[in-house]
Design a protein around this ligand. Sequence first.
Ligand code: PGA
Length: 219
Amino acid sequence: MKSIIVANWKMNPATLNEARRIFNFVKKGIRNIKSTPVIICPPFVYLPLFTNLGMQIGAQDAFFKDEGAYTGEVSPSMLKSLGVSYVILGHSERRQYFKESNEMVKDKIKAVQQSGLTPILCIDKLSQIPQSTKGLIIAYEPLFAIGTGQACSLDRAKKMRLAIKKKAGERVPVLYGGSVNSENARSYIKEAGFQGLLVGGASLKPKEFIDIIKNVCYR
Ligand code: PGA
């Protein structure tokens, strides 16, 4: 099965020029790789510049209504109309800084799916898996590993992957995220059995990110 690699740029980079540079560098670097779907998730404001350029694009969040008086929010149908295909939901930073609850995340999943987009649901506990997992991609992101440089041990990650599969169903693709780099990327796929990776910090270093993709699909 193909591994899915998702780049979560978070609130980076600080300028449009830098965003263009990273995007173009990555696009060029992986132009011959057809076997690994790569999904780039830039901040909202950069999205329209990168859709319809031959790369898969995702957003980092979406609201649970399609339009209306919700100042500052962005709806799934807006994203769909730009050519976005995926939406990261329930990222731990949103749960922490914006107090997103499982309930709210559940509403977002529903709205995103109704617009024909695929949710990539981030979890660090089994209790964050909703009852219905149809059409979901799940990313296991242990809190201690996010942005810390301390990736999860393969043993622990594998146990969690199996537990997620058991609860969510075999058909749900499960990705690993948390301090992924070009050194450890391959082992999460080949040894711990994940179906892909959600890459934060390393996805902003284009050379490193291309190495991650190459290490996962070749060798
Ligand atoms: P990291 O972030 O790769 O920088 O640890 C992963 C994430 O938060 O999605």
